[in-house]
Design a protein around this ligand. Structure first.
Ligand SMILES: [Zn+2]
Length: 217
């Protein structure tokens, strides 16, 4: 059975303006706020694999293996799981942006995902790395590489790294009220306002320019 052809994994489709896979994941529910209905960009498991490829959370071999071996039922479960992780992350990040603590239920959801991610790893010794003067001991996904949830565990791992780090205050929401995508502000003075200057920055500048001209008339 081969429900997700390898070709479906190749095409890049996601805007990675967030600058961190956890934030890019939250941004896969577009138009989360505002009058319009939200747009789901993780439409199926194939889309999740494409997202994981594009963010380099999975290498091509891992993505191909999953595309080939994951059954539809397991794929559907993994898709529900990644959306659940995403929405708990969204609640925590957007509250954080507003300087408020995350809802207790979302902390429990995140905890469940973070622990699941930790449970599905194997500790391996890499002789070649050790001989190179690097750490020989390393976590690997090992026998879990064929599991539908692998991209969800990897995303949970990256989300945990960000949420438990000092970089949390630099998670921002785009200043365009029709966008509000999350991004990691790595600018020198932490003054970045837009998820993407070319898209939202220019749009807002154009709007201000028009408003000013309107006021002058
Ligand atoms: Zn934006």
């Amino acid at each position: 059975m081969d429900s997700y052809p390898a070709s479906a994994v190749a095409a890049p489709a996601f805007d990675l303006s967030g600058g961190h896979p956890a934030l890019d994941l939250v941004n896969t529910l577009d138009h989360r706020f505002g009058g319009e209905a939200p747009v789901e960009l993780l439409v199926d498991y194939g889309a999740l694999l494409r997202f994981a490829r594009q963010t380099e959370l999975l290498d091509p071999g891992q993505a191909r293996l999953l595309a080939k071996s994951v059954r539809p039922q397991a794929a559907a479960r993994a898709l529900r799981s990644v959306r659940e992780l995403r929405e708990a992350m969204a609640a925590a990040f957007y509250r954080n942006v507003e300087g408020r603590p995350p809802p207790a239920a979302d902390i429990r959801t995140l905890e469940r995902h973070f622990l699941a991610s930790e449970r599905h790893r194997e500790l391996h010794w890499q002789e070649a790395a050790a001989r190179n003067g690097q750490a020989g001991m390393a976590w690997q996904w090992g026998r879990f590489e064929k599991e539908a949830e692998l991209p969800v565990w990897i995303l949970a791992e990256r989300a945990a790294q960000l949420m438990l780090s000092d970089a949390m205050p630099w998670v921002r929401a785009c200043g365009a009220d029709t966008c509000r995508w999350l991004f990691l502000d790595t600018s020198k003075n932490h003054t970045r306002r837009w998820c993407n200057m070319k898209v939202c920055g220019n749009r807002m500048k154009a709007r201000r320019f028009q408003a000013r001209r309107g006021a002058e008339r």
